[in-house]
Design a protein around this ligand. Structure first.
Ligand SMILES: NC(=O)c1ccc[n+]([C@@H]2O[C@H](COP(=O)([O-])OP(=O)(O)OC[C@H]3O[C@@H](n4cnc5c(N)ncnc54)[C@H](O)[C@@H]3O)[C@@H](O)[C@H]2O)c1
Ligand SMILES: [Fe+2]
Length: 862
């Protein structure tokens, strides 16, 4: 608030040795009190606060008298009200607040907030509200267990000292540590500077003019400094004019306007201007002539623009006498017409803060002009402080609130009485109105107890909640395809690839879907790209299918998932959906979650990818594999018909089978692994180790095919929830670069990756769900459960043996990759693998150098 001791910013001042010793003793005493205060509990603190408040209320009148006597301005009755706001209203706000120990608990997020005091607070008091601000700061400090060293305004030191004395005596009787409330009344700037830079002062809380705020900020300590205001008030034509007039008169006359949020300039719509002036005059305002405005400006301000102390807080008759203006008795406010022209308004001396019952008034031709004029007023000393708008039109209120840069914007309420909080609104009661960075404050808040606390947060470890999401229905075993008879669709798009079409599978499907109209889209290529998918999506949209049946390997099913999405949302692009993420729960890419127009039934013809139950779709874009992951991609039904896999040649059986095995082995140790996915991984690995050699050697062994088909889907259910790991990252990179089938590329790295993950990591992956680095123990457990042995080595040996039996390549050369090209590509492949999403859930954090090592390990036989 304006007008306080003037504190030019200076380096730490020299004070006489004896003065320094006295100040040191005061600060030391405050420090001792603060330490004692910190030991008190909430109950003890509340008892002290209650005692202080009661004493403040009892002395509200006496303190108002003292302030009047000492400062010689303001209105006695209003000063009494201010003292009540600083005690009774403040107490009402504070009584149920916790300020000691745990003050807030967020049980869902496992966070506890614990309040601590700051320590020693240096509090500067203004001349405008010397007793109320003293009471307010003392009570808030006690509530927060802080000790305060007060620096009153030199022109209002005695009444402030008396206020502190009253609450200190009452507080100490209730247990307030001695030394917690002290006053340094010395009027010199050197003393202020000495205290500003004192090591024992932890925080500075200033209420004062711009210089005091600047000096506070320059002291280099944590602080809240609040400064002057210059509140504009916009009265829109939709306003209740009579109410606006009442409010403004109540508020502008409050303590003769020596309060920083007071109304300073009314900006009034042309349409209601004359009515408003007439009503103001009827209620006791006096409209000044141009000459009278000039005369008033001359006595109110010095040539340099500073307010004259003789005018501060004076009554209308007193001001009129100074300015040589004749007045009727009982004039409440002097109304000074100011120019509508904005540059002229900016130059007018009365555009500034007038801590006296003088109110500027501007006639405004439009909403736009009015808002500009209000902004202009704030730019003359009122930025960050307070403003008001009177309007019923919500749009106008919105525009005003958006344009104006003040911490408080009061709607249809008086500013002086309103900004203090608790009378016309639910703002926190305060005598410390934050002005934001515009006004040199760290806050725009109605400063209260929160700003005087150090709040610690105790954050308990939290394993985020997990999920298990699968398609609504999965049909399996021989004959499962018959479930298509129940599909009940009218228009079906059958998505497949040329090979599958050539094998005649679509015809069988078509016969089961009769009498639906079935269109076939057979243009999916292996490792599908965006172009074919877009074409399929257009086809799907054009025929307005109500069912999509994807029949084929992972490539077909993945393509169909994305086709359905793009047919419903052609505006989406694959790269934006494939935006990388660190945690799937926090990722930026948003998949539409509206219900699909067409159902999707996935019918795998390979026993490998698990795509029929997974939320993933892998596409090849620009030579790289991109993974789209979202549960909206999960098919509505999976039909796992083993018969359809019987036509796979041995190499394809091996490739796809190893893909499924890799899914189960990676999901089992993923950082998202859960007991739900673990159960599925164990069963999938058991079934695949057992059946894959037979399915490979005897393609027509339907029992082996059935076990493989089910094993692959079970592995899919696991990794659909736990995801995979670094093996897939490497396989994606190498597969895309050298055109190696996905399962085969997995096989190339699997032996090394199993051992890599079972070793002690160089770098751990942050994984709240993991209690310890469990990979070796989990793989050993798997070995035991599957009857392979007691340690992970036996499991790995079993996997090695299987890969050998399937004739899987063990080196890049064996996979048909030119050795020279491979060697040259390693750095690039390492970066591609590092960028792959699969890596995010690997149990250990693969360093790029380690990825390079893993890639290089397949240059030779290990
Ligand atoms: N979405 C996922 O969750 C997921 C998981 C792992 C892999 N993938 C992706 O799946 C793709 C690999 O799928 P895939 O391994 O099933 O191979 P694929 O779909 O690419 O098919 C490979 C070839 O085998 C043929 N084929 C399929 N079934 C056959 C059968 N029964 N008899 C004879 N030939 C048959 C196909 O016509 C094709 O020519 C890769 O793009 C991979 O990245 C996806
Ligand atoms: Fe895979």
């Amino acid at each position: 608030m304006a007008m306080t001791v003037i504190l030019p910013s200076e380096p730490p001042a020299f004070v006489e040795t004896d003065v320094a010793a006295r100040l040191d003793a005061i600060v030391d005493g405050a420090g001792t009190a603060a330490a004692a205060f910190r030991a008190l509990d909430q109950e003890a603190v509340d008892a002290i606060v209650h005692a202080m408040v009661v004493a403040g209320v009892r002395h509200a009148v006496e303190l108002a008298e003292l302030a009047m006597e000492e400062t010689g301005f303001g209105v006695f009755e209003d000063k009494v009200i201010k003292n009540y706001v600083a005690t009774e209203f403040l107490y009402d706000h504070l009584r149920d607040k916790r300020t000691v120990g745990v003050i807030e608990e967020d049980r869902e997020r496992l966070l506890s907030y614990v309040a601590e005091p700051i320590g020693v607070v240096l509090a500067l008091l203004p001349i405008t509200n010397p007793t109320s601000t003293a009471l307010f700061k003392a009570i808030v400090a006690a509530k927060t267990r802080n000790a305060v060293v007060f620096r009153p305004s030199a022109r209002a030191a005695r009444c402030a000292e008396r206020a502190i004395d009253i609450v200190r005596t009452a507080g100490e009787a209730a247990g307030l540590p001695p030394g917690a409330l002290q006053v340094v009344p010395d009027a010199t700037l050197d003393v202020s500077q000495y205290l500003f830079h004192h090591d024992g002062v932890d925080f500075i809380w200033t209420t004062g003019g711009p210089k005091a705020v600047r000096a506070t900020n320059e002291a280099g300590k944590p602080c809240v400094g609040v400064g002057p205001g210059n509140a504009p008030v916009y009265v829109h034509r939709s306003a209740d004019v009579a109410m606006a007039v009442m409010d403004v008169l109540i508020s502008k006359t409050f303590d003769a306007s020596v309060i920083c949020p007071a109304e300073q300039t009314l900006v009034v719509d042309d349409a209601v201007h004359d009515d408003l002036v007439a009503e103001l005059v009827r209620m006791g305002a006096r409209l000044l002539t141009e000459a009278e405005v000039d005369a008033l400006a001359a006595i109110a301000f010095e040539a340099d623009g500073r307010m004259r102390i003789e005018a501060l807080g004076q009554s209308c008759p007193a001001l009129a006498a100074l300015a040589g203006i004749r007045l009727d008795d009982g004039t409440k406010v002097l109304l000074a017409p100011l120019p509508s022209d904005l540059p002229a308004l900016a130059d007018h001396p009365l555009v500034r803060e007038k801590l006296m019952p003088v109110l500027g008034i501007v006639r405004s031709p439009s909403v736009e002009h009015a808002i500009d004029a209000c902004v202009l007023v704030t730019e003359h000393g009122g930025l960050g402080h307070t403003s008001a708008v009177y309007a019923e039109d919500a749009e106008v209120i919105g525009r005003f609130a958006e344009a104006i840069r003040t911490g408080r914007i009061l709607v249809n309420a008086p500013t002086a009485v309103g900004a203090l909080g608790g009378v016309y609104n639910e703002l926190a009661p305060t005598f410390s109105l934050g002005c934001g960075t515009w006004g040199g404050s760290t806050t725009t808040a109605n400063v209260n107890y929160r700003e005087l606390l150090n709040v610690k947060v105790v954050s308990r470890r939290q394993s985020p909640p997990q999920w298990f999401r699968v398609p609504p229905a999965t049909f399996f075993n021989t004959g499962a395809l018959g479930a298509l008879r129940e599909a009940g669709a009218a228009r079906v798009l059958l998505v497949t690839d040329a090979d599958t079409e050539a094998r005649g599978v679509p015809d069988e499907v078509r016969s089961l879907l009769a009498p639906a109209a079935v269109h076939v889209f057979a243009d999916v290529e292996p490792e599908p790209g965006e172009a074919a998918i877009r074409a399929g999506a257009e086809r799907l949209a054009a025929m307005d299918a109500d069912l999509v049946v994807a029949v084929g390997g992972g490539s077909v099913i993945d393509a169909a998932k994305v086709m359905r999405l793009l047919s419903e949302h052609p505006e989406l692009t694959v790269p934006e959906l494939a935006l990388p993420f660190l945690d799937p729960r926090k990722r930026i890419a948003r998949f539409p979650q509206d219900p699909h127009r067409a159902r999707l039934i996935a019918v795998p013809t390979t026993a490998g990818t698990g795509s029929e139950v997974s939320p993933a779709a892998v596409l090849t874009v620009g030579g790289a594999k991109l993974t789209l992951v979202d549960y909206s991609l999960v098919p509505d039904q999976a039909i796992v018909e083993p018969r359809l896999t019987a036509t796979m040649p041995p190499a394809l059986t091996a490739d796809t089978g190893v893909d499924a095995l890799t899914h189960a082995l990676e999901a089992y140790v993923s950082i998202f692994a859960s007991p739900y996915s673990d159960a599925l991984c164990l069963q999938a690995v058991r079934m695949i180790l057992d059946a894959l050699p037979r399915a490979f050697a005897h393609g027509d062994d339907l029992a082996a095919r059935t076990q493989m088909a089910n094993g692959a889907t079970i592995a899919g259910l696991a990794f659909a929830n736990a995801f995979v790991g670094v093996n897939h990252a490497l396989a994606h990179a190498v597969g895309a670069r050298f055109g190696i089938a996905h399962g085969r590329a997995n096989a190339l790295f699997l032996p090394q990756v199993l051992r890599y993950n079972a070793a002690i990591p160089t770098k751990f992956m942050p994984a709240p769900g993991y209690g310890a680095y469990v990979v070796p123990a989990k793989y050993a457990e798997m070995a035991r459960i599957l009857g392979l042995g007691e340690s992970c080595d036996e499991l790995f040996a079993g996997v090695d043996a299987l890969l050998g039996e399937l004739g899987m390549p063990r080196t890049a050369a064996e996979a048909g990759i030119d050795e020279g090209s491979y060697r040259a590509a390693v750095p690039e492949l390492a970066m591609a693998a590092f960028a792959d999403l699969s890596l995010r859930t690997n149990p250990r954090m693969p360093l790029v150098a380690e990825l390079r090592d893993l890639l290089e390990s397949v240059q030779r036989r290990v």
